[in-house]
Design a protein around this ligand. Structure first.
Ligand code: ADP
Ligand code: MG
Length: 680
């Protein structure tokens, strides 16, 4: 058995853990010894400090010094065994449910002063202590304190402490995986020492210590390493260079009504370099809503097509596919063949599309994830573009890259700016290009907050905007737990609003059929309706040029980044745009701060950064739903310096071009095994 394998072994190898206990641990998602070790103590219980009988508190777990005097074992079902004791000359009973007499006699020998620990009760004029535990002693005979872990119901704390102690006894001394330089920064503390310390009684003192910080760093580095190795592995895939005339794009750009921003130009340049290199491209373009990513991706498509390859553009929804199709059809000359494939495409057309793809007649195909069904075969796929897929995890991205084959570059676009320290965590497997600059003609979106009780004023405002030619999004709260309720509130809002807007109100929510959704969205696009009531952010990326007002109910339910994204649905046309945040009650100080961030900034990067500082990182991007693994110990705000250090270290490791080496153990421990096997 390898040393680390003990750590990954199941808990049933530990002394004192039976089947029942195992189940309790499973409930807490503690399956292996390593899992158990990651469950840190939350406080210390000073069981060594005994309480005088006059100060006992009923209902609390306390330690008390007592002398057993007499055993009462009634041998009647449901009656507990009882031991009469004296403490400081007062009577107190120890009572036992379901304990053997032998056990009781063993821990409570008559006429011997001992210390026990347990829940204090009061019965028939006397204190009693239920199922008391004898505390373990140190080598010097002094009584040990115990550590408090957050536990599952049914698991006693003394038992838990014993189990942890058993486990700690066998912790292997793992060979150091960090470089000298790194480990020096943590005062050379070893992994083993660190684990022991964080489970020791001194753990409070070590909260900010090298021990804990080292373990946190381990966690971050393990995460980054995997991403980095995926990146390097993809880079090692040699592809045929794409050869194209970089000037062709200018003919196209000249057709546009606008000039590219500097950031757009830079992004195009990097991509051109990627395309024409021997290494496979795996790049993320991250830019706020409305920063103009589409055109950047179309130029990438153009270059790829001009070098003789096909391009697949994948988007999350059919409407967005249609919109991209329309735009690219008008943008590209007729020598570039574009196809749209969707669920609606009928059998014959589909067959035709497949045929044209297989014989390279189609240059650009646009669609949803249906694009990557097995039966779809490309003759010469050279580039996959994935638009608005910020919820793709590392594994999904890698899978997609693999599907494309070795000559296929990959470009991912995301409109969810994330804080700097999270970048490597979420997108470490890709090269990243940011588009921070917004097109110059962008009009500011005025953001207001209003109490829900003033909804009539809001309706009036909306009516007025509609009479001026505008359109309105009305977003209803997202209630995660009860989807039904969620829809109901949107359904009700839809009913309620009809009379105010001449029945020109449509409803869209997540559990509607695709066709129904598409119909409503098209109605809204074609101005058959003026107000679109929706439950969630269903349709990112779509241009509704006439929509200039977005009203968001129960706005404090959303993270700032989410609100900012929602807000980005308007302000794409020439009209002045508005975002109205509705609140159920007056705002708390913290909520006010958050709203002010939103009002004062229109930069998604800035907003996400500030939001993370206010709310913690877990919530900001709705990552919880995304399946992106979060950290157990590390926190990008508290441990910013460690994230930065890990980034530096990753660069060093990459430059050394070394393989996993000693890091292999680290990664094994962090449950990255499945990915590792795929990478090596
Ligand atoms: P996103 O980055 O959110 O995908 P889009 O690419 O959809 O943004 O662009 C939003 C709108 O801005 C589109 O109508 C697009 O034509 C326009 N646009 C893109 N780049 C510029 C620019 N440099 N100047 C002005 N308008 C632009
Ligand atoms: Mg877009």
């Amino acid at each position: 058995m390898q040393d680390y394998e003990y750590l990954l072994s199941s808990l049933d190898n530990v002394k004192g853990i039976g089947k029942k206990t195992i189940q309790l641990f499973y409930k807490k998602k503690i399956k292996t010894i390593f899992d158990l070790l990651w469950h840190l103590p939350v406080s210390k219980i000073e069981t060594s400090k005994t309480t005088d009988i006059s100060n006992l508190q009923i209902g609390k777990d306390q330690s008390i010094k007592l002398t057993p005097l007499k055993y009462n074992f009634p041998r009647i079902r449901n009656l507990p065994n009882r031991v009469n004791c004296l403490s400081n000359n007062e009577k107190i009973d120890c009572i036992f449910f379901n304990s053997y007499e032998g056990y009781i006699k063993n821990i409570l020998p008559i006429n011997t002063e001992i210390i026990v620990y347990g829940k204090i009760g009061f019965y028939k004029g006397k204190y009693q202590i239920t199922n008391p535990k004898l505390l373990s002693k140190n080598e010097d005979g002094a009584i040990k304190d115990i550590k408090n872990y957050s536990l599952t119901e049914g698991l006693s704390i003394t038992k838990y402490n014993k189990i942890v102690e058993e486990v700690l006894k066998k912790i292997p001394n793992l060979k150091e995986w960090h470089s000298k330089n790194i480990i020096q920064k943590f005062n050379n503390v070893s992994w083993k020492e660190s684990i022991e310390k964080i489970h020791s009684y001194e753990y409070e003192k070590i909260y900010n210590s090298d021990y804990l910080r080292r373990l946190i760093f381990d966690e971050i580095l393990a995460n980054f390493l995997i991403s980095s190795q995926i990146r390097l592995k993809i880079k090692k895939i040699k592809k045929k260079k794409k050869i194209f005339n970089k000037n062709i794009k200018f003919q196209y750009l000249n057709k546009l009504k606008f000039d590219l921003t500097e950031d757009q130009k830079k992004a195009i340049k990097v991509i051109e370099k990627d395309l024409s290199s021997k290494e496979k491209m795996f790049r993320l373009i991250q830019g706020d809503v409305g920063s103009g990513k589409t055109i950047v991706s179309l130029i990438a498509a153009l270059n790829t097509i001009k070098s003789g390859y096909q391009v697949a553009l994948m988007v999350p929804t059919e409407i967005l596919a249609k919109q991209h199709y329309n735009f690219s059809s008008s943008f590209f000359d007729s020598d570039i063949n574009i196809e749209l494939i969707s669920g609606k495409t009928d059998y014959l057309s589909k067959k035709n599309i497949l045929k044209n793809l297989e014989n390279n007649k189609t240059n650009l195909i646009i669609g949803t994830h249906a694009l990557f069904q097995k039966k779809i075969k490309f003759k010469k796929l050279g580039l996959i573009i994935i638009d608005e897929q910020h919820k793709f995890g590392v594994n999904q991205r890698k899978e997609l890259s693999d599907k494309g084959g070795s000559d296929c570059d990959v470009l991912v676009m995301s409109a969810t700016p994330i804080p700097r320290t999270m970048m490597m965590t979420v997108y470490g497997d890709m090269d990243i290009t940011l588009i921070r600059e917004k097109p110059k003609n962008r009009k500011e979106i005025k953001t207001y907050s209003k109490l829900e009780s003033k909804v009539k004023e809001v309706i009036k405002f909306a009516q007025n905007q509609i009479s001026l030619g505008g359109q309105v999004f009305w977003v209803c709260p997202l209630i995660e737990k009860s989807k039904k309720l969620d829809h109901q509130s949107a359904v009700e809002k839809n009913k309620y609003l009809q009379k105010y807007f001449n029945k020109r109100v449509g409803l869209i929510h997540g559990s509607m059929k695709k066709e129904d959704k598409n119909k409503i969205l098209n109605d809204f696009l074609n101005k058959k309706i003026d107000v679109l009531v929706s439950t969630t952010v269903i349709e990112v990326g779509i241009d509704f040029p006439k929509a200039n007002v977005i009203i968001i109910e129960n706005a404090n339910k959303y993270g700032l980044s989410q609100l900012h994204q929602l807000r980005g649905r308007v302000g794409r046309g020439d009209e002045k745009s508005f975002c109205i945040l509705l609140f159920k009650s007056n705002l708390s100080e913290n909520a006010k701060k958050r709203i002010n961030i939103l009002k004062s900034s229109n930069d998604g990067f800035d907003i996400s950064e500030q939001d993370m500082k206010l709310r913690g990182y877990g919530d900001i991007l709705g990552f919880k739903q995304s399946g992106i693994k979060m950290f157990k110990l590390a926190d990008p705000i508290l441990h910013k310096d460690l994230f930065e250090l890990a980034e530096e270290e990753i660069k060093r490791i990459e430059n050394n071009n070394s393989d996993f080496g000693d890091y292999y153990k680290l990664l094994k421990l962090y449950d990255k095994v499945s990915i590792i096997n795929d990478i090596i």
